[in-house]
Design a protein around this ligand. Structure first.
Ligand SMILES: [Ca+2]
Length: 284
């Protein structure tokens, strides 16, 4: 590794605890007057407008601009106003002398977050940065996809996939992208069934239709599955799909008030893995 001489200089600054009277309104940090910080912090965007969709976190790009002729290793302390959560409580990075460094920070809004104004805070050396986060309520739309962005778990998940990929509003099968999440999910137990995906609704709501999008190519598509809804009476099987070949299948059934919906996958058309690109729930 490189010499950490510059890092020690920055670290020495970090341990100085001072009262902080200044807070920035926007995305650029306030610093103690009369002294330039070694690293200046900013974010992009400078504010966030979000909906309570825990599976669709927003990503802030945190930028560290060095003002030293030496490499610096700054560490920012991150906090979120409850019930918001952040992916990292500490952001450490290497800032070379000739260019800024950036680090991603995911901001999660839980489903039960009341609409209102919140903030994500970053602290580095003498700087305080407050990023305003406005949370709006979901629109009261009877045709809304109730699964969109809601908390989703799976019985197992292959590789770098994420169950949130089935509620991201993207019906395509894209597994690539090291800087962006996959838009689909597959399990991690080849040839073994059942596999399961479960999505918790933001609040109990009537559900009368579940659309499952599996791979558009039948060689990789799901064939048999059950749709179950969690009601006051427990889990109920509301639809059974058998012999599907590829792409979307829409299950309709007498509406039930559900707090969660799960799909129990029983067979594919020969592929070893269950594959789902999107799950959508609708009212009656
Ligand atoms: Ca998707």
């Amino acid at each position: 590794m490189d010499s950490r001489t510059g890092g020690r200089l920055a670290a020495a600054d970090l341990v100085v605890a001072l009262p902080f009277a200044l807070a920035a309104e926007g995305g650029t940090a306030a610093a103690e007057p009369g002294r330039d910080p070694v690293v200046s912090l900013s974010t992009s965007p400078q504010r966030l407008d979000l909906l309570p969709r825990p599976c669709l976190p927003a990503v802030l790009t945190v930028r560290f601009d060095g003002r030293s002729t030496e490499p610096i290793y700054p560490t920012a302390v991150v906090g979120a106003e409850p019930p918001l959560r952040v992916s990292d409580e500490i952001l450490s990075t290497y800032v070379p002398p000739d260019r800024p460094a950036t680090a991603p920070l995911a901001v999660v809004v839980p489903a039960d977050t009341p609409p209102g104004d919140y903030a994500v805070s970053l602290r580095l050396d003498r700087q305080r940065l407050s990023v305003p986060v406005h949370v709006s309520a979901e629109a009261e739309d009877p045709h809304r996809n109730l699964a969109l962005g809601q908390a989703t778990t799976a019985s197992s998940t292959g590789g770098t996939l994420d169950p949130c990929g089935v509620v991201d509003g993207n019906r395509s099968y894209t597994l690539l992208g090291y800087d962006r999440p996959a838009t689909a999910w597959a399990d991690a137990t080849p040839g073994a069934f059942p596999d399961q995906l479960e999505t918790r609704l933001a609040k109990p709501a009537p559900v009368g239709r579940v659309d499952l999008h599996t791979h558009a190519d039948a060689r990789f598509a799901l064939k048999d599955w059950d749709v179950q809804a969690l009601t006051d009476a427990g889990w109920q099987t509301v639809a059974q799909v058998r012999g599907h070949t590829a792409g979307r299948y829409s299950s309709t059934f007498p509406a039930v008030t559900a707090s969660a919906v799960r799909v129990v996958m029983l067979a594919t058309n020969g592929y070893a893995y269950s594959t789902v690109t999107e799950l959508e729930f609708y009212g009656p």
